[in-house]
Design a binder for this molecule. Structure first.
Ligand code: FAD
Length: 397
């Protein structure tokens, strides 16, 4: 009988796993099933080129349609998987429709979090969100963005580039609070200001409501902002329901949430794996566990788990790395930067040409860079090796 691997989720983790299975010589059947109706696409351009209208959906496909055929991967888009029976190794797609599997990969990613449902509230996670929002981002329109994390900051920058009047609200004292130490967050305050985005920090939103054709954001201290449209970018919620209902172990929100996997991507159920944004995985460098929400991490994790499903035994160990494009400059962040870390800067913050190393007791735990891709690559290797900055810089000179 043919061996069958079913992958749920047609994002980068799911597609990379399918590709890795075939590259590793797996000859069984592969079903790649996702509820997104689109041919798989790259998400990062959605808050950048796509929302600005600089690229079309067809320019951001992960693979061309022919690739799935050539690799003998059965792609089922627009199809939600309703439940899993781990004892019977079966998935339910509809009332009378099911699929049996030998191996199952859950690459179900996440959805945009939105605690508010006023009619002018928008979120941005995928291509389906784009047409309406893009139409609402015409030059001269007012727009409020809630959340100055990676995606909110990019949406604000894209909206400014389209000529919108942008107000960006953030609860933390500085933008990109989960990624950047304070001095670098301050640089982003200047960047928004210089571009004409009105940034307010320390804003704890208490409600978003409809009033007189506007959408009104109210902060806990009584301040209000209104615009026809409010984009809420306050993080993502991992799609764990399918796994939770099947009895798989799920991490608590305090531990990062997501489906608990080991270093090989195995969940608590036999034959069931998880990869990408949804996976709560061991941190192979620092110990403990983490859940990473970055493109390259999801891609490499999908590839690694695909190889394991094909019979490999290599644990997945990776130092996180991500980038963000705002107002024409590309920020790169690697490792696990924390506010308490000491920061040593190479280059010039004023010229936005630098690498900042984040140190914990002299050991490099993170690095942030603009304009220095080679240095960030090197820093990533140093973080993996838990090097002390003084030692490696000495070696470099
Ligand atoms: C707008 C945006 C911009 C970003 N920009 C950057 C960036 O600049 N740099 C960076 O490093 N990262 C960026 N990211 C993050 C990066 O895109 C993600 O880390 C990555 O796409 C995660 O891939 P994934 O395959 O794990 O999950 P996803 O891409 O979320 O794919 C999971 C898929 O599974 C589907 N699914 C869930 N449940 C079911 C079910 N029951 N049945 C069927 N299908 C299901 C989901 O609908 C989804 O289509 C960005 C993310 C967004 C949203």
């Amino acid at each position: 009988m043919t061996h069958r691997t079913v992958i749920v989720g047609t994002g980068i983790a799911g597609v990379s796993a399918a590709a890795a299975l075939r590259s590793a010589g797996y000859e069984g059947a592969i079903d790649l099933i996702g509820d997104d109706p689109e041919l798989p696409y790259r998400r990062p351009p959605v808050s950048k080129e796509i929302i600005r209208g600089d690229k079309t959906a067809d320019e951001i496909r992960i693979k061309k349609a022919e690739w799935f055929e050539a690799q003998d991967v059965t792609l089922l888009t627009g199809q939600r998987v309703l439940s899993i029976d781990t004892a019977a190794r079966a998935l339910r797609l509809g009332p009378d429709e099911g699929v049996l599997y030998d191996h199952l990969l859950l690459a179900t990613g996440g959805r945009a979090r939105s605690p508010w449902d006023a009619s002018g509230v928008r979120t941005l996670r995928g291509l389906a969100d784009v047409p309406r929002l893009h139409g609402e981002m015409a030059a001269g329109t007012r727009i409020v963005v809630v959340g100055a994390g990676l995606i909110g900051s990019e949406i604000a920058a894209s909206a400014r580039e389209l000529g919108c009047e942008v107000t960006l609200l953030e609860t933390a004292p500085l933008p990109l609070p989960r990624l950047l130490p304070a001095r670098l967050g301050e640089m982003y305050v200047d960047l928004h200001k210089h571009a004409g985005t009105e940034l307010h920090t320390g804003v704890l939103v208490s409600s978003i409501t409809d009033a007189d054709g506007e959408t009104v954001v109210r902060a806990i201290d009584g301040r209000t902002w209104s615009a026809p449209v409010v984009v809420v970018a306050v993080g993502m919620e991992p799609n764990v329901e399918l796994a939770a209902e099947a009895g798989l172990e799920i991490a608590t929100p305090a531990d990062g949430g997501g489906i608990v996997v080991d270093a090989l991507g195995r969940t608590s159920a036999p034959g069931v794996f998880a990869a990408g944004d949804v996976a709560n995985q061991p941190n192979g460098v620092l110990g403990g566990r983490h859940r990473v929400e970055h493109w390259q991490g999801a891609q490499n994790h999908g590839t690694a788990v695909g190889k394991v499903m094909a019979g490999g035994e290599d644990p997945f160990v990776e130092v996180p790395w991500c980038w963000s494009d705002q107002y024409g400059s590309t920020l790169q962040v690697t490792g696990w930067p924390e506010a308490s870390h000491e920061m040593v800067v190479r280059g010039s913050l004023d010229d936005r040409d630098f690498t900042a190393y984040l140190l914990d007791d002299d050991v490099i735990r993170g690095a942030v860079s603009i304009g220095r891709p080679r240095e960030i690559r090197t820093a990533r290797a140093w973080i993996a090796a838990q090097e002390r900055l003084a030692d490696v810089l000495e070696d470099e000179v």
